[in-house]
Design a protein around this ligand. Structure first.
Ligand code: TYM
Length: 332
Protein backbone atom coordinates (compact mmCIF):
# COMPACT_ATOMS: atom_id res chain seq x y z
CA UNK A 1 0.00 0.00 0.00
CA UNK A 2 1.32 3.46 -0.86
CA UNK A 3 2.53 5.53 2.06
CA UNK A 4 0.11 8.35 2.91
CA UNK A 5 1.75 11.71 2.31
CA UNK A 6 1.39 13.87 5.42
CA UNK A 7 4.03 16.44 4.58
CA UNK A 8 3.19 20.14 4.68
CA UNK A 9 5.36 23.05 3.54
CA UNK A 10 4.79 26.75 3.91
CA UNK A 11 6.73 29.95 4.47
CA UNK A 12 6.69 33.67 5.23
CA UNK A 13 8.96 36.39 3.87
CA UNK A 14 11.34 38.05 6.33
CA UNK A 15 10.64 41.60 5.12
CA UNK A 16 9.63 42.52 8.67
CA UNK A 17 10.79 41.30 12.08
CA UNK A 18 7.27 40.59 13.29
CA UNK A 19 4.30 38.61 12.04
CA UNK A 20 0.84 40.16 12.10
CA UNK A 21 -2.60 38.75 12.80
CA UNK A 22 -3.24 38.31 9.05
CA UNK A 23 -0.17 36.05 8.73
CA UNK A 24 -1.47 34.11 11.70
CA UNK A 25 -5.09 33.73 10.58
CA UNK A 26 -4.28 33.02 6.93
CA UNK A 27 -1.45 30.58 7.51
CA UNK A 28 0.28 30.07 10.87
CA UNK A 29 -2.85 29.07 12.77
CA UNK A 30 -3.40 26.25 10.24
CA UNK A 31 0.24 25.20 10.50
CA UNK A 32 -0.11 24.74 14.24
CA UNK A 33 -3.39 22.83 13.85
CA UNK A 34 -1.90 20.57 11.17
CA UNK A 35 1.17 19.90 13.31
CA UNK A 36 -1.05 18.99 16.23
CA UNK A 37 -3.07 16.64 13.99
CA UNK A 38 0.16 14.73 13.28
CA UNK A 39 1.22 16.20 9.91
CA UNK A 40 4.95 16.60 9.18
CA UNK A 41 5.61 20.29 8.76
CA UNK A 42 8.39 22.18 7.04
CA UNK A 43 8.10 25.78 8.31
CA UNK A 44 10.34 27.98 6.21
CA UNK A 45 11.39 31.60 6.60
CA UNK A 46 11.68 32.94 3.06
CA UNK A 47 14.70 35.24 3.28
CA UNK A 48 15.54 34.94 -0.43
CA UNK A 49 12.01 36.04 -1.34
CA UNK A 50 12.44 39.04 0.97
CA UNK A 51 15.53 40.02 -1.03
CA UNK A 52 13.41 40.52 -4.16
CA UNK A 53 12.37 43.86 -2.65
CA UNK A 54 15.06 44.40 0.03
CA UNK A 55 18.43 43.53 -1.50
CA UNK A 56 19.87 46.81 -0.16
CA UNK A 57 19.04 45.66 3.37
CA UNK A 58 20.13 42.04 3.28
CA UNK A 59 21.49 42.11 6.85
CA UNK A 60 18.12 43.24 8.11
CA UNK A 61 16.39 40.48 6.13
CA UNK A 62 18.60 37.94 7.87
CA UNK A 63 18.02 39.40 11.35
CA UNK A 64 14.30 39.50 10.70
CA UNK A 65 14.38 35.82 9.76
CA UNK A 66 15.40 34.90 13.33
CA UNK A 67 12.58 37.00 14.78
CA UNK A 68 10.04 35.34 12.50
CA UNK A 69 11.24 31.91 13.57
CA UNK A 70 10.57 33.07 17.15
CA UNK A 71 7.02 34.01 16.18
CA UNK A 72 6.48 30.55 14.66
CA UNK A 73 7.56 28.89 17.88
CA UNK A 74 5.68 31.31 20.13
CA UNK A 75 2.52 30.56 18.12
CA UNK A 76 2.87 26.85 18.84
CA UNK A 77 5.22 25.36 16.24
CA UNK A 78 7.22 22.75 18.15
CA UNK A 79 10.75 22.31 16.73
CA UNK A 80 10.83 18.78 18.11
CA UNK A 81 7.94 17.88 15.80
CA UNK A 82 8.25 20.34 12.91
CA UNK A 83 11.23 21.46 10.84
CA UNK A 84 11.88 25.21 11.18
CA UNK A 85 14.47 26.58 8.77
CA UNK A 86 15.69 29.57 6.80
CA UNK A 87 15.41 29.21 3.02
CA UNK A 88 18.95 30.37 2.19
CA UNK A 89 20.41 27.85 4.66
CA UNK A 90 19.25 25.15 2.25
CA UNK A 91 21.23 25.90 -0.92
CA UNK A 92 19.35 23.18 -2.81
CA UNK A 93 16.58 25.79 -3.26
CA UNK A 94 18.91 27.96 -5.32
CA UNK A 95 20.10 25.15 -7.58
CA UNK A 96 16.59 23.80 -8.16
CA UNK A 97 15.47 27.37 -8.91
CA UNK A 98 17.96 27.60 -11.79
CA UNK A 99 16.74 24.28 -13.20
CA UNK A 100 13.03 25.16 -13.02
CA UNK A 101 13.61 28.67 -14.34
CA UNK A 102 14.77 27.07 -17.61
CA UNK A 103 11.39 25.38 -17.99
CA UNK A 104 9.03 28.19 -16.96
CA UNK A 105 7.51 30.28 -19.75
CA UNK A 106 8.10 33.99 -19.31
CA UNK A 107 4.44 34.74 -20.11
CA UNK A 108 3.24 32.85 -17.03
CA UNK A 109 5.44 34.99 -14.81
CA UNK A 110 4.60 38.30 -16.48
CA UNK A 111 0.90 37.59 -16.00
CA UNK A 112 1.17 36.95 -12.23
CA UNK A 113 -1.00 39.59 -10.49
CA UNK A 114 1.45 40.11 -7.60
CA UNK A 115 4.24 40.74 -10.10
CA UNK A 116 2.20 43.32 -11.97
CA UNK A 117 1.42 45.15 -8.70
CA UNK A 118 5.05 45.22 -7.53
CA UNK A 119 6.25 46.25 -10.99
CA UNK A 120 3.97 49.29 -10.88
CA UNK A 121 5.15 50.18 -7.35
CA UNK A 122 8.83 49.95 -8.28
CA UNK A 123 8.49 52.32 -11.22
CA UNK A 124 10.02 50.71 -14.29
CA UNK A 125 12.37 48.03 -15.60
CA UNK A 126 15.57 49.87 -14.63
CA UNK A 127 14.62 49.64 -10.95
CA UNK A 128 13.12 46.20 -11.04
CA UNK A 129 15.38 43.32 -9.99
CA UNK A 130 15.53 40.31 -12.29
CA UNK A 131 14.80 38.08 -9.27
CA UNK A 132 11.36 39.61 -8.80
CA UNK A 133 10.05 38.10 -12.02
CA UNK A 134 11.22 34.67 -10.90
CA UNK A 135 9.53 34.98 -7.49
CA UNK A 136 6.86 32.33 -8.21
CA UNK A 137 9.50 29.94 -9.61
CA UNK A 138 11.45 30.15 -6.36
CA UNK A 139 8.23 29.64 -4.41
CA UNK A 140 7.47 26.59 -6.55
CA UNK A 141 10.90 25.20 -5.75
CA UNK A 142 10.29 25.77 -2.02
CA UNK A 143 7.19 23.64 -2.31
CA UNK A 144 8.23 20.92 -4.75
CA UNK A 145 11.51 20.08 -3.03
CA UNK A 146 9.46 18.75 -0.10
CA UNK A 147 6.81 16.99 -2.22
CA UNK A 148 4.07 18.08 0.18
CA UNK A 149 0.50 16.95 0.41
CA UNK A 150 -0.60 20.54 0.95
CA UNK A 151 0.49 24.16 1.34
CA UNK A 152 -1.35 26.22 4.00
CA UNK A 153 -1.47 29.91 3.01
CA UNK A 154 -3.76 32.95 2.89
CA UNK A 155 -5.92 33.73 -0.15
CA UNK A 156 -3.37 36.15 -1.69
CA UNK A 157 -0.97 33.26 -2.39
CA UNK A 158 -3.40 31.33 -4.63
CA UNK A 159 -1.94 32.63 -7.95
CA UNK A 160 1.56 31.50 -6.91
CA UNK A 161 0.32 28.07 -5.92
CA UNK A 162 -1.46 27.66 -9.26
CA UNK A 163 1.67 28.45 -11.24
CA UNK A 164 3.52 25.98 -9.00
CA UNK A 165 1.30 23.07 -9.95
CA UNK A 166 1.56 24.08 -13.63
CA UNK A 167 5.36 24.15 -13.41
CA UNK A 168 5.35 20.72 -11.72
CA UNK A 169 3.29 19.24 -14.56
CA UNK A 170 5.52 20.86 -17.12
CA UNK A 171 8.63 19.41 -15.49
CA UNK A 172 7.07 15.94 -15.61
CA UNK A 173 6.07 16.39 -19.24
CA UNK A 174 9.44 17.73 -20.40
CA UNK A 175 11.45 15.05 -18.60
CA UNK A 176 8.93 12.26 -19.21
CA UNK A 177 9.24 11.28 -15.53
CA UNK A 178 6.55 11.54 -12.83
CA UNK A 179 8.77 13.34 -10.32
CA UNK A 180 6.10 15.69 -8.94
CA UNK A 181 2.47 15.15 -7.92
CA UNK A 182 0.02 18.05 -7.57
CA UNK A 183 -0.31 19.50 -4.05
CA UNK A 184 -3.38 20.98 -2.36
CA UNK A 185 -3.95 24.62 -1.46
CA UNK A 186 -4.93 24.77 2.21
CA UNK A 187 -6.60 28.19 2.42
CA UNK A 188 -8.93 28.89 5.40
CA UNK A 189 -12.57 28.34 4.44
CA UNK A 190 -13.63 31.38 6.42
CA UNK A 191 -13.00 34.27 3.97
CA UNK A 192 -12.47 36.57 6.90
CA UNK A 193 -9.45 34.53 8.00
CA UNK A 194 -8.23 33.79 4.46
CA UNK A 195 -7.92 37.57 3.98
CA UNK A 196 -8.00 39.24 7.38
CA UNK A 197 -8.81 42.95 7.19
CA UNK A 198 -6.43 45.47 8.70
CA UNK A 199 -7.36 48.29 11.08
CA UNK A 200 -8.50 50.39 8.07
CA UNK A 201 -10.52 47.51 6.46
CA UNK A 202 -8.04 47.06 3.60
CA UNK A 203 -6.19 43.74 3.67
CA UNK A 204 -3.94 43.57 6.75
CA UNK A 205 -0.48 44.21 5.39
CA UNK A 206 2.76 45.73 6.65
CA UNK A 207 2.88 48.01 3.61
CA UNK A 208 -0.46 49.62 4.59
CA UNK A 209 0.63 50.21 8.20
CA UNK A 210 -2.66 48.71 9.40
CA UNK A 211 -1.43 45.71 11.38
CA UNK A 212 -1.83 44.25 14.82
CA UNK A 213 1.40 42.33 15.44
CA UNK A 214 1.48 39.09 17.39
CA UNK A 215 4.18 40.59 19.62
CA UNK A 216 2.51 43.99 20.19
CA UNK A 217 1.92 44.75 23.87
CA UNK A 218 -1.62 44.74 25.25
CA UNK A 219 -1.54 48.54 25.47
CA UNK A 220 -0.34 48.89 21.88
CA UNK A 221 -3.18 46.63 20.77
CA UNK A 222 -5.71 48.74 22.72
CA UNK A 223 -4.34 51.97 21.20
CA UNK A 224 -4.56 50.53 17.69
CA UNK A 225 -8.13 49.31 18.15
CA UNK A 226 -9.20 52.78 19.32
CA UNK A 227 -8.53 54.23 15.89
CA UNK A 228 -9.81 51.21 13.91
CA UNK A 229 -12.29 51.68 11.08
CA UNK A 230 -16.00 51.26 11.97
CA UNK A 231 -19.25 52.06 10.13
CA UNK A 232 -18.65 55.66 8.93
CA UNK A 233 -22.35 56.62 9.26
CA UNK A 234 -22.58 55.34 12.84
CA UNK A 235 -21.88 58.50 14.80
CA UNK A 236 -23.96 57.68 17.85
CA UNK A 237 -24.67 54.46 19.68
CA UNK A 238 -28.24 54.47 18.34
CA UNK A 239 -27.21 54.75 14.66
CA UNK A 240 -27.36 51.39 12.86
CA UNK A 241 -24.01 49.79 12.06
CA UNK A 242 -22.93 47.59 9.14
CA UNK A 243 -20.77 44.93 10.81
CA UNK A 244 -19.69 43.39 7.50
CA UNK A 245 -17.82 46.63 6.68
CA UNK A 246 -16.44 47.33 10.16
CA UNK A 247 -12.93 46.17 11.07
CA UNK A 248 -13.73 45.91 14.78
CA UNK A 249 -16.78 43.71 14.11
CA UNK A 250 -14.61 41.49 11.89
CA UNK A 251 -12.19 40.96 14.76
CA UNK A 252 -15.08 40.20 17.11
CA UNK A 253 -16.23 37.57 14.65
CA UNK A 254 -12.84 35.84 14.70
CA UNK A 255 -12.03 36.20 18.40
CA UNK A 256 -15.22 36.61 20.43
CA UNK A 257 -17.61 33.74 21.15
CA UNK A 258 -20.44 36.32 21.49
CA UNK A 259 -19.90 37.91 18.12
CA UNK A 260 -23.38 37.14 16.76
CA UNK A 261 -25.13 38.99 19.56
CA UNK A 262 -22.67 41.87 19.17
CA UNK A 263 -23.34 42.06 15.42
CA UNK A 264 -27.13 42.09 15.96
CA UNK A 265 -26.84 44.87 18.53
CA UNK A 266 -24.55 46.83 16.21
CA UNK A 267 -27.05 46.53 13.35
CA UNK A 268 -29.96 47.50 15.59
CA UNK A 269 -28.19 50.56 17.02
CA UNK A 270 -28.11 48.98 20.47
CA UNK A 271 -24.37 49.18 21.07
CA UNK A 272 -21.73 51.81 20.54
CA UNK A 273 -18.44 51.37 18.68
CA UNK A 274 -16.51 52.05 21.89
CA UNK A 275 -18.00 48.96 23.49
CA UNK A 276 -17.13 46.84 20.45
CA UNK A 277 -13.59 48.19 20.44
CA UNK A 278 -13.17 47.39 24.12
CA UNK A 279 -14.51 43.87 23.68
CA UNK A 280 -12.40 43.22 20.57
CA UNK A 281 -9.27 44.47 22.38
CA UNK A 282 -9.94 42.14 25.31
CA UNK A 283 -10.67 39.16 23.05
CA UNK A 284 -7.52 39.69 20.95
CA UNK A 285 -5.29 40.27 23.97
CA UNK A 286 -6.63 37.21 25.69
CA UNK A 287 -6.09 35.11 22.57
CA UNK A 288 -2.53 36.35 22.06
CA UNK A 289 -1.45 36.35 25.73
CA UNK A 290 0.08 32.83 25.79
CA UNK A 291 2.00 33.51 22.55
CA UNK A 292 3.32 36.80 23.86
CA UNK A 293 4.47 35.15 27.09
CA UNK A 294 6.20 32.32 25.23
CA UNK A 295 7.92 34.74 22.88
CA UNK A 296 9.52 36.65 25.76
CA UNK A 297 11.11 33.43 27.02
CA UNK A 298 12.75 32.49 23.69
CA UNK A 299 16.43 33.30 23.62
CA UNK A 300 18.60 33.96 20.58
CA UNK A 301 21.03 31.06 21.06
CA UNK A 302 18.22 28.53 21.29
CA UNK A 303 16.81 29.85 18.00
CA UNK A 304 20.18 29.47 16.25
CA UNK A 305 20.32 25.83 17.38
CA UNK A 306 16.77 25.20 16.17
CA UNK A 307 17.53 26.76 12.78
CA UNK A 308 20.78 24.82 12.36
CA UNK A 309 19.03 21.56 13.11
CA UNK A 310 16.09 22.57 10.87
CA UNK A 311 18.38 23.33 7.91
CA UNK A 312 20.06 19.95 8.33
CA UNK A 313 16.74 18.10 8.27
CA UNK A 314 15.42 20.18 5.37
CA UNK A 315 18.61 19.62 3.35
CA UNK A 316 18.27 15.86 3.64
CA UNK A 317 14.84 15.94 2.06
CA UNK A 318 15.52 18.71 -0.44
CA UNK A 319 18.81 17.09 -1.51
CA UNK A 320 17.07 13.82 -2.34
CA UNK A 321 14.45 15.60 -4.48
CA UNK A 322 17.08 17.68 -6.25
CA UNK A 323 19.02 14.50 -7.08
CA UNK A 324 15.80 13.05 -8.50
CA UNK A 325 15.26 16.18 -10.60
CA UNK A 326 18.78 15.99 -12.01
CA UNK A 327 18.38 12.29 -12.76
CA UNK A 328 15.03 12.92 -14.49
CA UNK A 329 16.77 15.54 -16.65
CA UNK A 330 19.58 13.10 -17.43
CA UNK A 331 22.16 15.36 -15.79
CA UNK A 332 25.10 13.67 -14.09
P1 TYM B 1 3.91 36.62 2.96
O1 TYM B 1 5.20 36.73 3.73
O2 TYM B 1 3.44 37.80 2.22
O3 TYM B 1 2.75 36.17 3.92
C1 TYM B 1 2.89 35.03 4.75
C2 TYM B 1 1.56 34.31 4.86
O4 TYM B 1 0.58 35.15 5.46
C3 TYM B 1 -0.59 35.20 4.65
N1 TYM B 1 -1.20 36.54 4.79
C4 TYM B 1 -2.49 36.74 5.09
N2 TYM B 1 -3.50 35.87 5.30
C5 TYM B 1 -4.71 36.38 5.63
N3 TYM B 1 -4.95 37.72 5.74
C6 TYM B 1 -3.96 38.63 5.53
N4 TYM B 1 -4.22 39.94 5.67
C7 TYM B 1 -2.66 38.14 5.18
N5 TYM B 1 -1.47 38.74 4.92
C8 TYM B 1 -0.59 37.74 4.68
C9 TYM B 1 -0.09 34.93 3.25
O5 TYM B 1 -1.13 34.47 2.42
C10 TYM B 1 0.97 33.88 3.51
O6 TYM B 1 0.41 32.60 3.62
N6 TYM B 1 5.22 34.19 -1.18
C11 TYM B 1 4.95 33.98 0.23
C12 TYM B 1 6.08 33.34 1.01
C13 TYM B 1 6.55 32.02 0.49
C14 TYM B 1 5.81 30.81 0.49
C15 TYM B 1 6.68 29.83 -0.10
C16 TYM B 1 4.53 30.44 0.92
C17 TYM B 1 7.77 31.77 -0.07
N7 TYM B 1 7.84 30.46 -0.42
C18 TYM B 1 6.28 28.51 -0.26
C19 TYM B 1 4.13 29.11 0.74
C20 TYM B 1 5.00 28.17 0.15
C21 TYM B 1 4.67 35.35 0.84
O7 TYM B 1 5.10 36.34 0.35
O8 TYM B 1 3.99 35.33 2.00
Amino acid sequence: MAETNRRILSGMRSTNPRLHLGNYEGALRNWVDLQNEGYDLFCMVADLHALTTMAENSGEVSRNAREIAKDYIAAGIDPAKSVVFIQSHVPEHSEAHVLLSMMTPLGWLERTPTYKEKQTDLGGAEREPYGLLGYPVLQTVDILLYKPYGVPVGRDQAPHLEIGNDIALRFNRITGKEVFAPYKYLIPEDENRAKLPGLDMRKMSKSYDNCIYLSDSEDETAEKLKSAFTTPTKLRKTDPGIPEGCAVCQYLRVYSPNWEAAWNEDRAGERGCMQSKKEATEAINEYLRPMRERRKELDGDAIEDILRDGAKRAREFAGATLAEMRAAMGMY
